[in-house]
Design a protein around this ligand. Structure first.
Ligand code: FCB
Length: 452
């Protein structure tokens, strides 16, 4: 159960949001001169996406943006987190802005503002232009400068109305699964050879943040995927494997941003980061918020002798699972927040940039009574509030996702939405969780002491 607001005091002052990402909802992948991204290439690769689907038409959101705005406004959220794809703004990853695409996002921004919802865009939710990948992608330092150019173009057009920005979504997943193991685009399997992509992404964040601020932005940050790492046992080998995994999934991303230094990865036998003079100052420039996306803890064991990696991600014992097979452990979110705040006492306010769960649900349109999702969200919001009561400053909570969508390499097999989408007919039907979240938001506002 969510904490009773009377017990919360300031901890009831959460802003509420919900999120989507362009590639997962928009379709219309050639409309208005959109270029190709690594995800367009990935979905064309036989066997890369589990159900062989593409992101076409997905939720058809590029054409049905007005419907999306109505769904968002109907929830009563304070903000809507959506992404702007680099390849719509600069189809080849460089050059002048594509005005038709900017017009589109400008209309989305206006539509949200008219309905009292603050637009909170993400500039990079994984759609790297194919041309930039062909030149080395995130392995190349120059990609960070290109990204900042793109950020500047968007801010120049939208910065009069948009003040809050996420630069990057989950750079850890791009490094680990995009360049490390190949489960996500661009599908490269470089293992630890992927590590330079950490630095180039964080540098891209730092340069883009400066460009956004120059255009008047007042709230700039990024959102990292964090997991609570649990060693499979107390053995030295499992503890060491868990430490290494925690370093490359969590600390490689949080520490440069929050302390200005990478963890000592060379001591772990990993290559040094390609840092140049001035980089760490840019990366560690003060953030207005620190985004945390959380889904599940990760249990880590030492790997067998024949494994290419020194750790093994194993099932978390004794926990219920989501439809995706992810362990449901809400207190892992509380503990993760407490741990972050303990390690970084001066850190900026935290925004939960994503949290949610997929469960098996019908393909065809109809009302879904998704009690399992409601229980998941309720327990995780309570976990956030417990951390707040213990002194962690969290300003905002975001449900992933507004609606069922294209779940990357898992295609349409995983439904995370507050709104059901029938991908054959395009019909959208709010689920029970949509009504539950709307009521929770409404109640939090009428409670004494609650605020925005
Ligand atoms: C996150 C992604 C988001 C969505 C959720 C389920 O890693 O940022 O786009 O796919 O997982």
């Amino acid at each position: 159960m969510t904490f009773p607001h009377s017990a919360l005091g300031d901890a009831s002052r959460l802003r509420w949001s919900t999120a989507t990402a362009a590639f997962q909802i928009e379709g219309s992948r050639t409309a208005d001169g959109r270029g190709r991204s690594i995800w367009d290439d990935f979905v064309d690769r036989p066997g890369a996406v589990i159900d062989e689907s593409t992101a076409e038409p997905a939720c058809d959101s590029y054409r049905r943006v007005g419907d999306d705005i109505e769904l968002v406004a109907g929830l009563g959220v304070d903000r809507y987190r959506f992404s702007i794809p680099w390849v719509r703004i600069q189809p080849g990853g460089a050059g002048p802005a594509n005005q038709a695409a900017l017009d589109h996002y400008s209309r989305l921004v206006d539509g949200l503002l008219e309905r009292g919802v603050t637009p909170f865009p993400t500039l990079y939710h994984w759609e790297l232009p194919s041309e930039i990948e062909a030149a080395g992608g995130w392995l190349e330092r120059d990609t960070s400068a290109r990204f900042a150019d793109y950020a500047g173009l968007v801010a120049e057009r939208l910065g009069d109305r948009v003040r809050s920005w996420y630069t990057l979504n989950e750079p850890a997943m791009t490094t680990l699964q995009g360049y490390g193991t190949g489960e996500l685009a661009p599908g490269r399997q470089l293992l630890f050879g992927a590590l330079p992509t950490v630095h180039h992404q964080l540098l891209a964040h730092g340069k883009a943040a400066a460009a956004l601020r120059a255009a008047g932005a007042t709230q700039v940050g990024l959102t990292n995927n964090h997991t609570r790492v649990l060693p499979a046992s107390g053995s030295d080998a499992d503890l060491m494997a868990a430490f290494l995994y925690d370093t490359i999934h969590n600390r490689m991303f949080s520490e440069p941003l929050l302390t200005g230094a990478y963890p000592d990865v060379q001591a772990l036998g990993l290559p040094a980061m390609p840092v140049q003079d001035g980089d760490m100052q840019l990366i560690a420039a003060p953030l207005d918020f620190y985004g945390v996306n959380f889904y599940n803890p990760t249990t880590v064991a030492a790997a067998g002798d024949d494994s290419p990696l020194p750790f093994d991600l194993v099932p978390t014992p004794g926990t219920p699972l989501t439809g995706f097979g992810w362990p449901i452990v809400p207190e892992a979110l509380r503990d993760l927040l407490l741990d972050l705040a303990r390690r970084h006492p001066d850190m900026p306010p935290i925004i939960i940039g994503e949290n949610g769960a997929a469960f098996p649900e019908p393909r065809t349109a109809g009302r879904v009574q998704d009690d399992d999702r409601i229980a998941y969200l309720d327990a995780h919001i309570a976990a956030v509030q417990e951390a707040m009561v213990q002194g962690v400053r969290v300003d905002e909570y975001t449900v992933w996702s507004l609606m069922d969508n294209f779940e990357w390499a898992d295609g349409y097999t995983q439904r995370f939405g507050l709104v059901h989408v029938d991908f054959d007919s395009g019909l959208r039907t709010p689920k029970a969780s949509y009504d539950w979240y709307r009521d929770l938001i409404r109640t939090s506002r009428t409670d004494e002491g609650a605020g925005r």
